[in-house]
Write a protein that binds this ligand. Structure first.
Ligand SMILES: CC(C)(COP(=O)(O)OP(=O)(O)OC[C@H]1O[C@@H](n2cnc3c(N)ncnc32)[C@H](O)[C@@H]1OP(=O)(O)O)[C@@H](O)C(=O)NCCC(=O)NCCS
Length: 307
């Protein structure tokens, strides 16, 4: 959608029908019910859930204050809670966005969180497929968000499972955050665009998105730029190849909790490689489940995506 107001729900739109069905299946598979939240009592459940997920220190204040979530829902934004047996287990908060230069409207997904003890059961993907249906039924065909490129789990979920596209790299977006996940390191982020009607996202929704074939790419000349060393440290090997591979560690969040020096080395290594390449106009064409980002010149991206 561009500058126009959201269209009313078009029941005859097959992509919307498909998105609603995908969302229902994902929620059922994860064993959750997912509903929009209105009013301060329900907003409080969302706010408290986010603070548990992010391990916010009391001094840092809430990630999302109850009154802000209440206002966000009143203003037409997305405040959604996933519950299992009536207990909150995950949530999403998204703002309505407008790119003023072009008039393009989109949903800006600010946070999605799932209780750590319930991670890996499909609740996160269910929240995101719900968000796709939520957005499409309100006339928005793009969702944007930022994520930490060092968090392999999120990269795989966003790029591979959901089919979102990296659209740029930004340094230290939120400044140094005092929570258990960011531990006051620079908050470099990848910007994502999730084009909800695109063939890539429709393929992802039906589980047909394939990870890049790293062995095939290496045979075709791709070179390793960053890999995970024997002790979990970043190993940077200079390369000028047209296609370069940058691996991120399996669990940067635990490295941040236990080894701040290695965590800082990772932040620098990824900024100097992945970040610098994106700032110079290269693109990420995909990621594998074992954390290899594939970087290429824009001309090589289609070829890589098909590799
Ligand atoms: C990101 C988050 C919402 C995901 O929720 P979740 O319920 O664990 O996610 P799901 O189970 O739906 O999917 C996770 C996917 O990542 C994959 N994954 C998990 N850990 C992984 C790892 N270390 N490496 C590679 N892939 C991994 C899973 O295999 C799964 O994909 P699959 O189902 O196709 O196998 C949750 O982990 C969370 O709240 N994290 C903390 C907050 C955060 O970072 N939020 C996102 C930014 S706002």
């Amino acid at each position: 959608m561009t500058g126009a107001q959201p269209d009313p729900l078009d029941a005859a739109d097959p992509v919307v029908d498909e998105a609603v069905a995908t969302a229902a299946q994902a929620a059922s598979a994860a064993g959750v019910s997912i509903n929009d939240v209105h009013g301060h009592d329900r907003a409080r459940q969302v706010s408290e859930l986010f603070d548990r997920v992010w391990g916010r220190s009391p001094d840092a204040g809430p990630l999302f204050a109850v009154e802000v979530l209440t206002a966000l829902a009143k203003a037409g934004g997305q405040v959604t809670l996933a519950e299992s047996d009536g207990e909150p287990v995950g949530a999403t908060a998204g703002l309505l966005g407008r790119e003023h230069a072009t008039g393009r409207l989109f949903v800006h997904s600010h946070v999605t969180g799932v209780l750590p003890e319930l991670g890996g059961r499909g609740i996160g993907r269910a929240l995101k497929w719900h968000q796709r249906a939520w957005s499409l039924t309100r006339g928005f065909d793009q969702v944007r968000w930022t994520f930490d490129p060092l968090v392999r789990r999120n990269a795989v979920l966003n790029l591979l499972v959901l089919g979102a596209q990296p659209a740029g790299y930004e340094r230290d977006v939120y400044g140094r955050l005092d929570d258990a996940r960011n531990v006051r390191l620079p908050t470099d982020r990848l910007h994502l665009e999730w084009d909800l009607r695109s063939p890539r996202v429709r393929a992802a929704a039906s589980g047909r998105n394939a990870a890049p074939d790293i062995d095939g790419l290496r045979r075709a000349g791709a070179e390793v730029w960053v890999s995970v060393g024997d002790h979990g440290q970043p190993v940077v090997t200079p390369t000028r190849a047209g296609r370069r591979l940058v691996q991120v560690p399996p669990d940067i969040e635990s490295i941040r909790r236990t080894d701040q020096s290695t965590a800082a080395d990772w932040a620098q290594a990824v900024r100097d490689t992945l970040g610098a390449a994106l700032e110079a106009g290269q693109r990420i064409s995909g990621i594998t489940r074992d954390g290899w980002y594939v970087l290429a010149d824009p001309a090589g991206v289609t070829e890589l995506a098909d590799a």
